[in-house]
Design a protein around this ligand. Structure first.
Ligand code: SF4
Length: 320
């Protein structure tokens, strides 16, 4: 297995209080596979990704347990210098907003070339050739000429491609894409996702796709982990999740994304309430306050992870 995350816990220490943002998360992803991580804002998806790459600010954030095994090496045990070698070289990340990932005062060429030079000692001409190759891979027209352009001279879709070129410049084995298409319109999103699929196929790239968009999950992912309140509450092959979601939260997410009645006047279903704060004491099932099936037991004891076979599991007392 390329990446195995086992019982990962991440806490924040803010204003003398300790909050648990990632609470015992486990999943794995192998070469050429795409794992989708879905959930509402604040479910812990992005914090999980940043925890894997150890990019959270210290001392406010800290690892409170678990393992992140990349080809058997626990990334949480590496020193900072060793960890820097893994970032970019083995694992890369693409963020939602390309403008936050790009430096507005450096040319696109400088930024891609810097990413290549950080991990590979190559002659200058070779670095430039690779930078052009990366832009061409991401289908940026007139790549050689566009190296001299600045981020503001690109459209949103093209900027996201440039971010992709930087992320893939060091030929990582695993790409973590955090809502990479949220800021793009439907046509550009479609092109970007096709491109990502093609690159994945050509390079046996593993992808962790973080999104709240279930249509993107259906299209891109082999397996899905549904997160709520810092926990994975259901995991399944994508087809099984869409055919027969077992956790009430997953069912509600699906209902809110796909209205049952195709009535133009019907309001889209939305899940009442909000996820619990990371500082809230944890008793029982974290979804209890919003669950329409809640039972007294749910408020007292956390439900166990129930395996239903073929990689499908969910944490809910209804299944026990
Ligand atoms: S354990 Fe109880 S509250 Fe939690 S999802 Fe299942 S039924 Fe709902």
């Amino acid at each position: 297995m390329m990446l195995e995350v086992r019982d990962l816990k991440t806490q924040f220490l803010i204003g003398g209080r300790t909050g648990t943002a990632v609470d015992g998360v486990s999943f794995s992803v192998d070469e050429g596979q795409t794992l989708g991580i879905v959930g509402e804002s604040g479910s812990g998806k992005s914090i999980t990704a940043l925890s894997i790459l150890r990019l959270l600010p210290r001392p406010f954030a800290r690892n409170a347990g678990g393992e992140v095994l990349f080809r058997g090496v626990d990334l949480l045990k590496l020193n900072d210098k060793q960890m820097r070698r893994y970032r970019g070289h083995h694992i890369s990340m693409v963020l939602q907003d390309p403008m936050t990932a790009l430096n507005p005062v450096l040319t696109i060429g400088d930024q891609i070339e810097e990413a290549i030079r950080m991990h590979r000692k190559l002659p200058r001409a070779e670095v430039r050739r690779l930078a052009i190759e990366m832009l061409e891979l991401l289908r940026v027209p007139a790549a050689a000429r566009r190296l001299a352009s600045y981020p503001h001279e690109f459209s949103g879709g093209m900027r996201q491609r440039v971010v992709g070129a930087i992320a893939l410049a060091c030929q990582p084995e695993l790409l973590i894409a955090d809502e990479p298409t949220t800021a793009l319109d439907a046509t550009v999103q479609d092109q970007y996702l096709r491109l990502l699929k093609r690159i994945q196929r050509d390079r046996s790239l593993a992808i962790i796709f973080i999104t709240h968009d279930l249509a993107v999950v259906a299209r891109m992912c082999d397996r899905v982990a549904v997160m709520y309140a810092g926990r994975v509450v259901e995991r399944a092959p994508t087809a099984a999740l869409f055919a027969q979601a077992r956790h009430p939260y997953t069912q509600a997410l699906l209902r809110s994304a796909l209205p049952e009645i195709p009535d133009r006047n019907a309001r889209l279903y939305s899940i009442e309430g909000a996820p619990p704060s990371i500082f809230q004491p944890r008793h029982g099932c974290p979804f209890a306050a919003r669950c329409e099936h809640v039972m007294p037991r749910c408020r007292e004891e956390a439900p166990p992870d129930i395996e239903m076979g073929q990689g499908h599991a969910a944490s809910c007392w209804l299944l026990a």
